[in-house]
Design a protein around this ligand. Sequence first.
Ligand code: C2E
Ligand code: CA
Ligand code: CA
Ligand code: CA
Length: 280
Amino acid sequence: AKEEGKNNFQFFMPTMNKQAHHRLLLENKLRNAIEKNHFQLFYQPQLDLKTGDVVGTEALIRWFDPEQGMISPAEFIPLAEDTGLIGQIGDWVIDAACRDMKALQAKGFPQVKVAINVSAFQFRHGKHLTEVIRQSLEEHDYPAKLFALELTESILIDDVNETLNILNSMRDLGITLAIDDFGTGYSSLSYLKQFPIDILKIDQSFIRDITTDASDKAIVSAIIAMAQQLDIDVLAEGVETLEHQAFLQSQGCDYVQGYLYCRPIPADELFDHWQKKQLT
Ligand code: C2E
Ligand code: CA
Ligand code: CA
Ligand code: CA
């Protein structure tokens, strides 16, 4: 029996080991990247669909590893969440977004909002999060009215009263609150009535087939109509084609974001685009 156990051990360990090993390597690399500050924020414009004006930019983190090159947030944000490292990364994002936007606007770039993504871990430490935002705004002398948070539905539902407290303290700072990936969570819509939400971002999975898929069409129309009734603005993400744009226009969508207009790019490239009048 002892022999068998030993064989099992030898049979199962290699694959388990490999996964755990990969994770550990990535975690160590991530800690090192935090220490050496191997991150950069890219920015993707958000446009007013009626005027075509840029009204905001979403900050999207990029990790540049000296050996591996760019590592996508889809790959490391989940690990950062699990390990709590997202706390430090998230604090850096807030500071960097304020600093970058302040610098851009000092050079003449329009006074548009910057939106940052917030993870569940950060929201659970809502007091800290709110305090870091307050401090970064103050330190960079960056106006609260030009700062927005993108929160997913799933991070809001845990405890309604606690969520409301955190959202209200953020709202008291004067910042904008958006719900990201709207429609993909399983939460009830009633929270929209209770929570101080300014913007719904319709998830790109609903936009992709909007011109061909009848149910996606119906869902997007319904979200826009509901938001109008609740006096909440709607932003469609993942807008890639003129057909997407035309449908959203016909439904009265307020804002758009997607590859049709611009990919996420570094702040200095965003500035160049704007200077060359490729952005209005
Ligand atoms: P998200 O917040 O839903 O961001 C939208 C993602 O869609 C971005 O991917 C963006 O580059 C991509 N995208 C933009 N326009 C289009 C389009 O027209 N078509 C398609 N197919 N995709 C488009 P990205 O930059 O790889 O970020 C992935 C996710 O990683 C984000 O999803 C967000 O959940 C997370 N993330 C990114 N930066 C941060 C951050 O600073 N903090 C946290 N907590 N999460 C972040
Ligand atoms: Ca987002
Ligand atoms: Ca999204
Ligand atoms: Ca997302």
